[in-house]
Design a protein around this ligand. Structure first.
Ligand code: B12
Ligand code: SF4
Length: 519
């Protein structure tokens, strides 16, 4: 069979990174079948386009994976594919929780011939074989011989052939620039961010999160050797094509078992497998100085921290009392000392939030080392404890919010502010943290560091701005660049004067002039 694995676009941002599930299922596909990958964020398609693609490419089976926010698009694409007579299997977190919706058993139309519930590592080969025989079942569940749910072990993790996979749709360097850089041998002909998992599961059970329910509280790890080998493969590929590679460890909590994380990082260093990497780690686990040393030494550059709120009452409400706002500054300082910076994620519209929450949060953010703050709204995702609590309390204003997805829009009423007020707070957060002035300040706060760090934070801020302010087309980018021209000229001037490794001012001058930085 020829199989298409398709991930719909999110409609808001271009994808900075491919989705791991596609590569994983490709690697787990039984021999004798050919797999084609299309990520809608990199290769946008509409219903007509995908129907044409499926016909022209003689596709026999389509697998679609989607988060809740892309599910409406996923269903429309599935309908178009089924209309040309090709069966569709759907998987991922949304259909796991809402299988009846995908199968048309809850009053709506049917969108999928089959759904794969939960982790599909072990069920995917069966699905492919059933489809090849024309005997697809409606539902595939990962169960053991006694019918009990089984979470796949990651001990025999498949080797994803990163050296041969066609990754041209995931190059972040624009074609023209890439050609030029390749010609001058700058080593930036390509730049790709590749997702990699070293383990699955998180026992913390934050109320709004799908992960504890989906992956379970049993944590499973790949062997250090298999992670190191994957890194070495990626590193070799980047070198051979005169490009760069960075890795996003998508584990929900990369340091959930600190001893094991340290042992992995030590093995990465010992094997010379360091690449620049990003990972998600909760703040409480970053108290460990040795861990932070190893993060920096093994190539860690950005850590995503789900801070959620600076209000302990909010954190307790969502079962995230292990986050201690009082230690956020120390944690970020510890990272920054080693040139590791943080993507700090906040949620507004929590039950104890009142108007002004954005400004209160920004005030804290401005006192921290520069990073990438992001602001979202408390969202009741299906099957989470939060969804159930709000449903029981009759507080859901759009119980099936995913059927008409609106970015940055609440689906329930907060307790101490209105929905409109919560939306306004998010706007204030983004507008202030990503204004040209805030970006300039963030860049300036690193004036005592080599230019590379300032360029890094500058580009990252411009890209992250696009999460909230649509920045998909060329025109939007040109506008953003013009707005930030002052910072760009300064960076160019500093580069011409001192090269990539020179600070803009000495460390001594920094001690006198350092202001609260960030946004
Ligand atoms: C990486 C990641 C991202 C990346 C996404 C880009 C990317 N290229 O991967 C980034 C950082 C951008 C991101 C952003 C967001 N994310 Co996110 N993200 C993840 C994360 C940490 C890892 C995903 C992953 O690769 N997992 C590993 C793979 C192997 O697992 P998997 O995708 O589930 O696939 C398995 C099964 O689901 C199944 N499967 C999946 N698809 C298919 C398809 C078929 C056909 C079949 C048969 C099987 C199948 O088989 C796979 C192997 O077992 C997950 C949490 C998690 N641990 O999964 C959250 C998660 C997916 N994200 C989530 C959310 C909510 C978001 C945001 C909305 C957060 C926000 N408020 O802004 C944004 C939305 C971004 C956007 N604009 O689209 C939720 C989704 C919940 C839901 N019901 O949709 C998750 C589960 C985390 C959570 N806290 O609950 N995210
Ligand atoms: S710590 Fe992160 S992954 Fe774990 S339950 Fe909480 S939000 Fe989800």
């Amino acid at each position: 069979m020829r199989i298409l694995l398709y991930n719909p676009d999110n409609g808001v941002t271009r994808n900075f990174m491919p989705h791991l599930w596609m590569f994983l299922l490709q690697a787990l596909t039984p021999v004798g079948h050919e797999v084609v990958l299309v990520d809608g964020n990199a290769q946008p398609m509409d219903e007509e386009g995908i129907a044409r693609f499926v016909r022209e490419q003689n596709i026999d089976l389509v697998g679609i994976g989607a988060m809740t926010r892309m599910i409406a698009k996923a269903y429309r694409m599935a309908d178009a594919i089924r209309a040309v007579g090709v069966p569709v299997v759907m998987g991922g977190p949304h259909v796991t929780e809402e299988a009846d919706e995908a199968l048309g058993r809850s009053g709506g139309p049917r969108h999928a011939d089959a759904v794969a519930l939960g982790e599909a590592d072990e069920t995917w080969p069966k699905i492919v074989e059933d489809a090849a025989r024309g005997q697809l079942k409606d539902v595939y569940k990962p169960v053991d011989e006694f019918g009990q749910e089984r979470k796949p072990s990651l001990e025999d993790y498949p080797a994803i052939p990163w050296d041969t996979i066609n990754l041209s749709q995931f190059n972040l360097v624009p074609k023209m620039v890439g050609r030029m850089l390749r010609r001058i041998g700058a080593g930036w002909g390509t730049f790709r961010i590749i997702p990699m998992e070293s383990g699955r599961g998180c026992p913390y059970g934050c109320e709004f999160c799908t992960v504890t329910g989906f992956f379970g509280d049993s944590i499973r790890f790949r062997s250090n050797e298999s992670v190191v080998n994957e890194l070495l493969l990626l590193k070799a590929r980047a070198k051979s094509e005169g490009g760069q590679i960075a890795v996003f460890f998508i584990d929900d909590n990369f340091a959930i078992n600190i001893k094991r994380t340290k042992s992995l990082l030590r093995d990465i260093i010992a094997a010379g497998a360091q690449v620049h990497w990003v990972a998600q780690i909760s703040a409480n686990l970053l108290r460990d100085e040795e861990l932070v040393d190893l993060i920096a030494a093994s190539g860690g550059k950005w850590v995503f921290i789900g801070m959620e709120s600076i209000d302990p009452a909010n954190l307790a409400d969502v079962n995230k009392g292990f986050n201690k706002p009082g230690e956020y500054a120390a944690v970020l300082g510890r990272l920054a000392q080693r040139n590791v910076y943080a993507i700090t994620s906040f949620i507004f519209g929590m039950d104890n939030d009142t108007p002004g929450v954005a400004e209160r949060t920004l005030k804290e953010v401005r006192s921290w080392p520069p990073g990438l703050p992001i602001f979202g709204l408390l969202t009741p995702l299906p099957a989470t404890p939060l969804y159930k609590r709000l449903e029981v309390a009759g507080r859901l204003t759009r119980p099936k919010h995913w059927q008409e997805f609106i970015p940055f829009a609440m689906a329930h009423t907060p307790l101490k502010m209105s929905i409109e007020e919560a939306h306004k707070e998010v706007r204030i957060g983004w507008a202030n943290a990503y204004s040209p002035e805030a970006i300039e300040k963030a860049v300036d706060s690193l004036n005592h560091k080599p230019l590379g760090y300032r360029i890094n934070i500058f580009i990252a801020r411009l890209c992250f701005r696009g999460i909230y302010f649509p920045q998909m087309g060329r025109l939007a980018w040109v506008k953003t660049i013009i707005e930030n021209r002052r910072t760009i000229f300064r960076l160019i001037r500093q580069g011409l004067r001192g090269g990539l490794h020179a600070p803009a001012r000495s460390a001594g001058a920094q001690a006198v002039t350092e202001q609260p930085h960030g946004s």
